[in-house]
Design a binder for this molecule. Structure first.
Ligand code: C2E
Ligand code: CA
Ligand code: CA
Length: 735
């Protein structure tokens, strides 16, 4: 909980002593001790423990008359008559702004207090603020009531505590105390398991007077320490050990840990989920009465389990209220809250990063909302990876990260990491703006600065897309591409693929070319990246498919059965209903899907993996073949191979071109081809074969299909027809 409310309307303040000290006047006690008219309020310097301020109730309670009675005195000396800070003192244990609630017996006045404490910073000083309620009466009633209860009464009392006390930690504390009283035990505690990390932590504890608290020492311990206990819980439920000394092997960790805490006997009961799995336990140490009465412990475990479930649910609800459901980033409401409550501090800095996704609306309309959602999630992930700070999703396409107290160099380091990540992920086009300032920052001003820089970057992004003076919007560009398609400006070239087992052409890869205004052929490298960035690549891909199917139909009528590989941009494949669209084209030309191989580039990033898996399944269901293109052009692909079963793996040209001389390429190609053989049904294809030597080596490595200038360059449809008619044997080595 942040302590940010300054409570200007609260009336409580006893302020008459304020002129007594210069130092006191600097600090706004009014703001610190809000809303506590009938409670004790004490403000202490968290570094020196010196009392700076006590309110009227505090003075009265401790029998003091004015500020002179406490000034310069340490809180533990004056208020607790002790020579060192209290055992549970929150100074140094809780972060600034956090609330800490605990019960304490005051030695000096013999009263019980329920403390609500904070550490805050004001005017460069760290202050410890204590607000205490006297709970002696409740405590005494409780203690006398629990002193000699029967089991039924104890259970009833426990139930009352849980139903009456709204604060879980207070309720569980009292609950454990009641259980401990019943058994006259030294200590009662709850351990909760973290099954993912396989650790357990002591989350609640009650200790009798004079017994040391162990909670802080018992965090994140390996669950396997209580392996034997878990077995006992599974076998017999709750259990007791009446003489640790005699019942446990002294060499075990279990014995060493327990005996170090002064435990001689204990009882424990498991906390179980509804499915009976064990998620922790409740235990008591050194019981002196009702030993062996495990029934109460069993019921207590059930109550505690229910209480913990309730607490978990409340935490989850609180979390949901604060976060954006899609990404898990803080939501706009939290952002407004943060800005409103931000307290500028002289010595501290604030860094702001604003990230806006370029053209999210277009992404949604072109590729579907689901894909748009993936882009948003991915942008958030990249921000989390690179920027250390609080990240908010402030609108559909905008994130703001706020980095408090991070040095300038480190902050700008985040930004360059972020820029690098975004440039590696062409699927998350975003504009970034940032600003950093030290001193008494006004966050809104800094956010505005960062926003302006972000907009400037966005303008240059769009200028870049609409380069060459043709200031076209996406829709206009789509219109232009469709017009060029109609004019027949796009053509398909076919590059033969050779089946190494027969030495003949078994099909081709369809590769697009475009006729420029001057009639010259333009190669895909010149226009495909631009069309991808502008979101119009789908028209080209589907047109190439259509031209390929038409060619296949023609060859089929001539009695030639071929298979064709067609390249699809990843963006096209992300489109909803893409499989139906591809099917419709095949149907139009009566081409069986099994004759089409869909080439997916291997540059598949994390974002698309789950999509791709679905897509591959869907394509396969419809009998299309799927090829993983450009395999080996970077390192990400091995993981993809194990996650998705492709019909074909196509080895990248860069691996093939130096295969004769580069031993590393040889190892990669040879072993990957072997792997393809082992991954059921995966065929290996090598592209970019330019020499006989390369071919021979690849055949030796078990390659199934070859493609490259050695056999033929990509050629026009007519030229490919001629090649087919030659019935040429391209290689003699049959394996
Ligand atoms: P890719 O899918 O890797 O296609 C293979 C490229 O390697 C082709 O370049 C081909 O001409 C070239 N190549 C084939 N054999 C050899 C050889 O022995 N030596 C050398 N040096 N190069 C060889 P191209 O036709 O310029 O295509 C470039 C890229 O454009 C393709 O790479 C593919 O990613 C993309 N592309 C082509 N057609 C389409 C299409 O219809 N849709 C989409 N989305 N992308 C396409
Ligand atoms: Ca390809
Ligand atoms: Ca390729």
């Amino acid at each position: 909980m942040r302590l940010a409310h300054t409570g200007s309307k609260q009336t409580f303040v006893e302020y008459e002593e304020r002129e007594n000290s210069e130092r006191m006047r600097e600090i706004d006690y009014n703001a610190l001790l809000v809303d506590i008219t009938d409670s004790i309020g004490v403000v202490t310097d968290a570094e020196t423990f010196e009392i700076l301020y006590m309110n009227k109730t505090a003075l009265r309670t401790y029998g003091l008359s004015d500020a002179q009675d406490y000034q310069g005195r340490r809180c533990y000396e004056l208020l607790q008559v002790a020579d060192k800070p209290c055992k549970n003192c929150p100074i140094g244990r809780i972060p600034v702004g956090e609330m800490y609630r605990w019960e304490q017996f005051n030695q000096r006045i013999g009263r019980w207090h329920d403390n609500t404490d904070y550490i805050v910073e004001q005017n460069g000083r760290t202050l410890y603020v204590k607000i205490a309620r006297d709970i002696t009466q409740r405590k005494e009633e409780h203690l006398s009531l629990t002193a000699d209860l029967t089991m039924e009464d104890t259970l009833f009392h426990c139930l009352r505590i849980l139903s009456k006390e709204s604060d879980t930690s207070v309720a569980l504390q009292m609950f454990l105390e009641t259980v401990a009283h019943f058994y006259q035990a030294d200590r009662a505690y709850v351990f909760e398991f973290d099954l993912v990390a396989q650790t357990m932590s002591n989350t609640f504890e009650w200790c009798a007077d004079g017994i040391s608290a162990e909670l802080d020492n018992l965090q994140n311990l390996p669950i396997k320490l209580v392996k034997k206990w878990i077995k006992m819980f599974e076998r017999t439920g709750e259990f007791s050990i009446s003489k640790l000394n005699m019942e446990l092997n002294h060499e075990t960790d279990e014995y060493k840990i327990l005996s170090a805490q002064g435990i001689d006997s204990l009882m424990a009961a498991p906390l179980r989920l509804e499915d009976q799995s064990i998620r922790g336990f409740i235990g008591i140490d050194n019981p002196k009465r009702q030993i062996g009465n495990l029934q109460l412990l069993r019921s207590a475990a059930e109550f505690i389990q229910a209480e913990l479930e309730k607490r978990k649910m409340l935490n989850e609800m609180e979390h949901l209220y604060k976060v954006d459901m899609l990404t898990g980033a803080y939501n706009r409401k939290q952002y407004a809250h943060y800005i409103e409550k931000y307290e500028p501090r002289k010595s501290e800095s604030l860094g702001v990063v604003v990230v806006n996704i370029n053209g999210l609306k277009d992404i949604n309309t072109t590729y579907g909302i689901e894909y748009g959602d993936e882009v948003i999630r991915r942008v958030h992930e990249l921000m989390c990876d690179c920027v250390h700070g609080q990240i908010f999703r402030v609108s559909g396409d905008t994130f703001v990260a706020l980095c408090e107290s991070i040095g300038k160099d480190r902050f700008y380091g985040f930004i360059s990491d972020l820029r690098r990540s975004f440039s590696e992920q062409s699927d998350c086009p975003s504009s970034i703006g940032c600003a950093w300032q030290i001193g008494e920052v006004v966050p809104e001003t800094l956010v505005k600065q960062a926003e302006e820089l972000m907009y400037a970057e966005k303008r240059s992004y769009y200028d870049g897309i609409l380069k060459n003076g043709s200031f076209l919007r996406r829709n206009d560009l789509a219109g232009e591409v469709l017009r060029e398609i109609k004019q027949g400006r796009f053509v398909v070239y076919f590059q033969p693929q050779i089946d190494f087992s027969s030495g003949t052409i078994l099909g081709a890869e369809a590769l697009v070319r475009k006729y420029g205004e001057d009639g010259n052929l333009i190669y895909p490298d010149k226009f495909i990246p631009f069309y991808e960035a502008a979101g119009v690549i789908r028209y080209v891909d589907l047109h190439v498919l259509e031209l390929t199917c038409a060619a296949l139909q023609k060859w089929e009528r001539e009695g030639l059965e071929l298979r064709m590989s067609v390249n699809f941009s990843r963006l096209t494949l992300m489109e909803p209903q893409i499989v139906d669209t591809i099917l419709a084209v095949c149907r139009k030309y009566q081409i069986a899907p099994s004759r089409i191989t869909v080439e997916v580039t291997e540059n598949i990033n994390k974002m698309e993996n789950s999509h791709l898996l679905q897509l591959v399944d869907q394509l396969k269901e419809n009998r299309f073949h799927i090829s993983l293109d450009d395999f080996g052009s970077n390192y990400s692909n091995l993981a993809v191979l194990s996650a998705i079963s492709f019909d074909e793996v196509k080895f990248d040209r860069t691996l093939i071109c130096d295969i004769e001389t580069n031993a590393k390429s040889q190892v990669v190609v040879k072993n990957s081809m072997k792997m393809c053989e082992e991954l059921e049904g995966s065929v290996s294809v090598a592209e970019g074969i330019e020499t006989k030597e390369q071919m021979d080596l690849l055949i030796r490595f078990g390659c199934d299909i070859g493609q490259g200038y050695y056999f033929s360059r990509p050629v026009s449809q007519e030229a490919f027809s001629a090649l087919l008619k030659e019935h040429r044997l391209y290689c003699s080595c049959v394996h």
